[in-house]
Write a protein that binds this ligand. Structure first.
Ligand SMILES: [Zn+2]
Length: 259
């Protein structure tokens, strides 16, 4: 009896072992295929051929997007242990400064003359419509931003300060291309969301693109830009780019393909 059953038991054992082996090999191959597809680079909208105004394109046109950081930003929007770079980041000739792509501490371009000229034209056009707009803050040096940020942290604490003020090296004001704008006589709504609801703020929002400016931190885009809505902060990018960004209702980060 026992001797007769032995070949049966051995046969069954071998069959099971074979099935397990086939299963293991199949799974291994499948995993390899999957990890290969994970490594495919995501397509981004970085290779723009649109003609750009000269300001934003003074630097050589590098069409490559910088490598995306591997780390996740912390609750304040900054990368842990981030250090300032030695070179600023230009994508398609456009200077980018945000919490993920900071500027060197030595980067001190002063106010951009082309941006100032466009600003003056915009403010003059506003005045013709009866809006007395003024740029009350423009270029800020690294040192000045340091003082400013430190004071905000002392006043409101770091987490709160990080939502409305950039750490030194991370401010767009250091590019010489950004301006905070308000209406004369309505200083009480400067640097508030309310400015965006005034006729002057709405005129500015509607017409900025015609002069090469974008509202840099729009409503409901904090996840992308790293900042809450700032109805007063405008960034010069040149007319072509400003019109495209405005038409598509996107942020500079999305336009440059870094978000
Ligand atoms: Zn600003």
């Amino acid at each position: 009896m026992k001797n007769n059953r032995l070949p049966l038991i051995v046969g069954a054992f071998i069959s099971i072992a074979l099935i397990v082996a086939i299963f293991v090999v199949y799974n291994y191959k499948n995993n390899q295929v999957n990890s290969a597809t994970d490594e495919q680079p995501k397509t981004t909208e970085t290779n723009k051929t649109t003609e750009q105004d000269s300001t934003a394109t003074e630097k050589p046109d590098n069409t490559e997007t910088p490598a995306k950081p591997e780390q996740q930003p912390d609750e304040n929007g900054y990368l842990p242990n981030q250090t300032l770079p030695t070179e600023p980041t230009y994508i398609n000739g456009i200077l980018l400064a945000n919490k993920i792509y900071p500027l060197p501490s030595t980067f001190a371009p002063e106010e951009n003359p082309e941006a100032r000229e466009a600003l003056n034209q915009m403010l003059a056009a506003a005045k013709q419509q009866g809006f007395d707009l003024v740029a009350f803050s423009g270029y800020r040096s690294f040192e000045y931003q340091t003082t400013l940020y430190d004071n905000y942290v002392k006043r409101d604490g770091q987490a709160a300060a990080d939502r409305y003020s950039a750490r030194p090296g991370y401010s767009e004001h250091q590019t010489g291309l950004a301006f905070d704008i308000g209406e004369r006589g309505k200083e009480d709504v400067w640097l508030t969301e309310e400015f965006g609801e005034t006729p002057a703020g709405q005129w500015l929002f509607a017409h900025a693109q015609e002069y090469g400016f974008i509202l840099r931190f729009p409503q409901n885009k904090e996840e992308i830009t790293g900042y809450m809505y700032e109805s007063w902060h405008y960034r010069y990018v040149g007319k072509e780019v400003a019109k495209e960004i405005t038409k598509k209702n996107i942020t500079l980060e999305e336009y440059l393909g870094v978000k």
